[in-house]
Design a protein around this ligand. Sequence first.
Ligand code: SAM
Length: 247
Amino acid sequence: MKKIVANFTRSLRNLLSPHGREVRRLYREKGYLEAYTEQTDERVAKNPQEAIGGSWEEVGLLQFEFLRRQGLMPHHRMLDIGCGTLRGGRHAIRYLDPGCYSGIDLSSKAIEYGQELVQEEGLSDKRPNLVVSRNKDLKFGEFSGQMFDYILAQSVFTHLMEEHIEECLQHVGNVMHDDGQFFFTFREASTPTRVTLKEFAYPFSFLESLAAKHGLVLANLSHEYPHPKGQKMARATKGAKDGRATT
Ligand SMILES: C[S@@+](CC[C@H](N)C(=O)[O-])C[C@H]1O[C@@H](n2cnc3c(N)ncnc32)[C@H](O)[C@@H]1O
């Protein structure tokens, strides 16, 4: 109860502060992804490890160890959608063979920080491919001709509107092997809900229908994913012709 009151008080204080007003104006005056990118850049410049959700060690390891349990091996090719400042990416880069990790993010500041981190942590030989999403779309043109075994979007759909999520589900199959797996986290609600300026929640059944429209089959793996803030985990795989998952 104490925690809820403290969080509520903090949110209210932020909302009413001059900075809070500035942020609301940004989202009013610009397109959603443009405003969100600008705000993320600003947050990364202030504190790169907090900007992408905090719990740097805990959630970084949570996502990496989850992928390991799902069968990630050093030779697999992985795409980290919305890789941010490499909270989880740094673990994957260390583990995977050179050239096997790619990350993409809207925030050029996050990618810059990620590149510095790779050097600081002595991971340059792993040759991660870190890309800024200049078109701000999720059509994966940046990776045209490449195929991945494991694709992850941790804390990304939690910040995206239905149209962005559908774009991702429509195109992700073009960069995913037939037996590849796309894992993404989401915040759950009984109806699609905009929780705050940049936080969204969806029913699993809603995401399942969107995925099915684009030939993907979803599994709910939330019971295997103890996220500290209650994010849920889903896996999308390419559907077989008879409508069943291929894996
Ligand atoms: C909460 S952070 C999580 C970062 C990282 N996945 C992690 O777990 O540390 C969300 C990140 O997703 C990025 N992002 C959100 N929507 C995106 C999109 N459509 N394309 C690329 N990056 C996106 C944001 O810029 C931000 O860095």
